[in-house]
Design a binder for this molecule. Structure first.
Ligand code: ADP
Ligand code: MG
Ligand code: MG
Length: 904
């Protein structure tokens, strides 16, 4: 049974909590508590809850009572361990570890070996009979503490230690002999005193207090903020702090530390997987500084610990019913589990593992659906490398995050961002990465490192961001100063040279490798039979079919051309939710629009409309044929007329030049007055949509006639036609009523003339805030609504997408005003509220109203969950996003509640 932890307290023993308490204990703390309850070998300790962090960040001080609670829990920990913190004779040492609700790898601070002082280090020497170990632990504490708690610059600390390197000919501190490390400690303490004006605190309780505060502060560092914005993690959660008795992996060859996964997080292959590093502590493994061995080798190094680890991993996977990742340490042959969580994984691994767990009877198909996301399916639909056509492979490394990345080499974040700003795709090349490289990783399409394995910082972050990554390419030497890399064979890659990374197999090529379609797309296209497909394609197929069986939301496509409509059918569309007619006026037909605008009198105008009618009728007939049996929603012409005419400035110049050179440009002279007449200073808010239909007589009637006649033609061919006519930019009922009368008149006339009536529904596009607010009345004249969320977003925010996306959005995203562009993911708070109002009002006005959405948001995973919750009947999106929409609609149907459905 889980105890409910009251929020009147701030500090909780590991034995008190459970995995459901991530809000209060953070992910790491909640999972440490869970493992403690399961009886796994977790060093004892306690968690200071996120409530204390929030109070600290607000007031700059720990709330009253926290210090006392910490003391009480520390005393209890000391009793359990039979040692006192920092006891000069035999010190208890502790770690102080950050841990927020959502994992933020490497973003916040952890401080190890707290409790070591000038005195207690001697106690540790005596008690461990290992001088090297004791002084190296003190050295680690001084370095970590100085950097994270006291803000001493890393270079100063490096320099303090490095003075000893030359003499001993070594490159890392732990290779130094004990006496040299002792001297390095003295140098570090001097650096600290010089830099901060105070000596390194020799009171263990003060060390702990300052460390806790530093962890709380690390929640607010710019890099942590950037990470949260990227991952859509709220800024106000705060972090918990875990205080834990230290165990030591750096006590010789019978000790070590490692990271393990219960399944391969890159491919999803079953079987334990991980990296182990002998005689090492803490971040040594993930830092990728020293080379690790595969976990399997631990079976030879220390069979007992290996067996213990494998059984703990199997217990954890059974308990969490999912892939877990684990941090462990072995101290002199004794295994300790220091952390676990449900592990991050690549998109391919997510699908494979979900289906494996169903087959192993661990989870149901409904649960499996919640283990994958539309965004992950989107990643699987990206193209990958095909034939290399002579582009040479220059190196190989660890396939850390799959995909195909082609871009120019950049050797640091600044260069990566600069290339990206110039429109280049970038491959970031580093020896290893750390959190400071995040801006460069964000700017890059691919990441290459020369050190570290699948669990290195570069690998973990790349997988999280869905970017291609090859790491541990140790045959490549990177010279960041000279901005170049050299292969073992002497091939030089300069900054700006083209590189191709295959993150699926771990290959680096110099030059541009051609990219081919993904097998998942080939399968959707019908080019790949399921019987020849691999397990990934089969997993996608199985989960998609299950999503289809569950979802209540229909899935339609936005398609204007027959080829798009055909793809839409293959990809699972149940209709066309948006068929735009604009393209039918472009190209060679443009002159028809010119003539329409220039027409002198209704007779000439009618002649032009007749010509357009013939063309449009053929277009519609073609789409109706393709969509035999399914509805097709045709939107009447929407954009302002000037978009089909020559540009005013161009035209004025042509006319002016003609006059000045005595060679009048007749064409320009003829068009100029008309273009001037319809010129608008704000075309987006001018003569377009339903207004155009009302102001230019005959335009909508002609389109309706083309639709109706095409429907009759195709129906006579024996096909089932379900045309729907959608009126754009409606703001009030009177507009729609007027247009509807005209449309119904034309439909009736066509029916009478042809002797065949094709049932045609008439509806409104809801894309103006006023339409949403007045939806009840509009619904009296509408058979259906379709939200045009692109325009609705523009008009709700009062900005024009074309203008603001480049000029304003980068700053807005940086400043955290937007977590994500409102054109990418629906602004639920504002635009979403209008959607909910319109759904409620619309159904009140017309209980049979069918409601869909045809803006780009119809294919966005987060927005689809919202539309399902808002009670829409269908979403419509581009053909390529249909599988994503089907999956997300299925997930929305089986999710416990739409808000708890959190996959981070
Ligand atoms: P992160 O959240 O960045 O993974 P952790 O709090 O897990 O940071 O700490 C990083 C590493 O420090 C751990 O993986 C572990 O190896 C080491 N560590 C933390 N606490 C202890 C401890 N009590 N004893 C030994 N090693 C520890
Ligand atoms: Mg960790
Ligand atoms: Mg629109």
């Amino acid at each position: 049974m889980t105890t409910t932890l009251t929020s009147s307290r701030y500090v909780f023993d590991f034995a008190e909590g459970s995995m459901d308490q991530k809000d209060l204990l953070g992910g790491k703390g909640a999972n440490l508590a869970e493992m403690t309850r399961l009886g796994l070998p977790v060093p004892p300790g306690f968690t200071i809850g996120t409530t204390a962090c929030r109070a600290y960040l607000e007031t700059g001080d720990l709330p009253g009572g926290v210090a006392q609670e910490i003391t009480v829990h520390l005393r209890r920990l000391e009793e359990t361990m039979g040692r006192r913190l920092g006891d000069p004779a035999d010190p208890l040492l502790i770690s102080v570890r950050s841990g927020a609700k959502f994992s933020m790898p490497g973003m916040m601070e952890t401080i190890l070996d707290i409790g070591l002082t000038d005195e207690s280090v001697h106690g540790l020497v005596k008690h461990s009979s290992d001088k090297h170990f004791a002084w190296d632990s003190y050295r680690r504490l001084l370095q970590m503490y100085a950097r994270t708690v006291l803000d001493v610059p890393e270079e100063l600390l490096e320099a303090a230690v490095a003075t000893e390197y030359g003499e001993w000919g070594v490159g890392t501190p732990e290779e130094l002999p004990a006496d040299a490390i002792e001297r390095a400690c003295t140098a570090l303490k001097q650096t600290i005193a010089d830099h901060t004006g105070r000596p390194f605190p020799q009171d263990p309780a003060e060390q702990l207090d300052l460390a806790v505060r530093a962890v709380f502060r690390s929640w607010s560092t710019p890099r942590a903020q950037l990470y949260r914005r990227q991952e859509h993690i709220p800024d106000d959660l705060g972090t918990a702090v875990n205080v834990m008795a230290m165990v030591f992996g750096n006590r010789g060859p019978d000790s070590g530390t490692g990271v393990a996964f219960t399944r391969d997080p890159a491919s999803g292959a079953p079987g334990v997987y991980g990296d182990y590093l002998q005689d090492a502590q803490g971040e040594d493994v993930v830092a990728g500084v020293r080379n690790t061995v595969p976990l399997a080798q631990l079976a030879t190094i220390d069979p007992t610990s290996h067996a213990g680890l494998v059984s703990a991993m199997s217990a954890l996977e059974h308990h969490y019913r999912d892939l877990c990742d684990i941090e462990f340490t072995i101290e002199r042959g004794r295994l300790w589990i220091l952390q676990t969580r449900v592990g991050k994984r690549t998109a391919g691994a997510a699908f494979r593992i979900a289906v494996q767990l169903v087959d192993e009877a661990v989870i149901t198909l409904d649960e499996a659906l919640l283990r994958v996301t539309g965004a992950q399916l989107g990643q699987l639909m990206f193209p990958r490398f095909g034939e290399r056509h002579g582009v040479p492979e220059i190196a190989r490394g660890v396939a850390a995050s799959p995909g195909a990345a082609v871009g120019v080499a950049a050797f640091d974040s600044v260069a990566a961002k600069r290339y990206a700003a110039d429109g280049w795709k970038v491959v970031l090349v580093r020896r290893e990465t750390n959190p400071d490289d995040l801006p460069g990783m964000l700017a890059a399409v691919g990441i290459l490192t020369t050190r570290g394995g699948k669990t290195s910082h570069a690998a973990v972050v790349a997988r999280g961001l869905g970017k291609t990554c090859v790491c541990g390419v140790d045959s490549l030497t990177v010279d960041t100063e000279a901005r170049r890399a050299v292969t073992a064979g002497g091939i030089v890659i300069e900054e700006g040279d083209m590189l191709s990374l295959d993150g699926t197999v771990g290959v680096v090529c110099s030059g541009e490798v051609p990219v081919v379609a993904s097998p998942v797309v080939e399968y959707f296209e019908g080019l790949l039979d399921l019987s020849e497909a691999d397990d990934l394609v089969r997993a996608v197929d199985r989960l998609l079919r299950h999503a289809d069986s569950r979802r209540r939301l229909g899935v339609h496509a936005n398609a204007d051309m027959p080829a798009d409509a055909e793809r839409a059918r293959r990809f699972g569309a149940e209709g066309i939710g948006l068929c735009r007619t604009e393209h039918m006026f472009l190209g060679e037909r443009r002159t028809l629009v010119e003539r329409l605008v220039l027409a002198e009198g209704p007779i000439e105008q009618q002649a032009v409309l007749e010509e357009l009618l013939v063309l449009q009728r053929d277009d519609f007939a073609e789409i109706f044929r393709t969509m035999d049996g399914l509805p097709v929603t045709v939107r009447l012409i929407d954009p302002p007329l000037h978009e089909f005419l020559p540009d005013l400035t161009d035209l004025s110049t042509r006319a002016a030049v003609g006059r000045a050179t005595d060679a009048p440009d007749a064409d320009a002279e003829r068009l100029l007055p008309a273009v001037q007449r319809i010129h608008e200073s704000n075309p987006m808010l001018g003569l377009r949509g339903v207004r155009l239909g009302i102001v230019v007589p005959g335009l909508f009637a002609m389109q309706t006639r083309a639709i109706a006649e095409a429907a009759v033609i195709v129906a006579e061919e024996g096909k089932l036609v379900h045309p729907e006519i959608m009126v754009p930019l409606v703001a009030g009922e009177a507009e729609l009523r007027l247009v509807r009368q005209e449309i119904e008149g034309v439909l009736a006339a066509v029916a009478t003339r042809t002797g065949r009536a094709v049932a045609t529904r008439i509806g409104a596009m809801i894309e103006v805030p006023r339409a949403a607010l007045g939806a009840q009345r509009i619904a009296h004249s509408a058979d259906f609504f379709s939200f045009g969320t692109n325009d609705l977003t523009q008009l709700t925010w009062a900005f024009s997408r074309d203008d603001v996306e480049a000029s304003i959005f980068p700053r807005y995203l940086d400043a955290g005003i937007f977590a994500v562009s409102p054109f990418e993911s629906l602004d639920v708070e504002g635009v979403g509220r209008l959607v909910r109002i319109a759904v409620a009002e619309g159904r009140r006005g017309n209980p049979d109203l069918v409601i869909g959405v045809c803006g780009e948001h119809g294919g966005d995973p987060a927005s689809i969950a919202f539309f399902a919750d808002a009670g829409l009947d269908y979403v419509s999106c581009s053909p390529y996003r249909l599988p994503i929409a089907r999956l997300e609609a299925g997930r929305a149907a089986v999710a416990p509640t739409s808000t708890e459905n959190d996959t981070r």
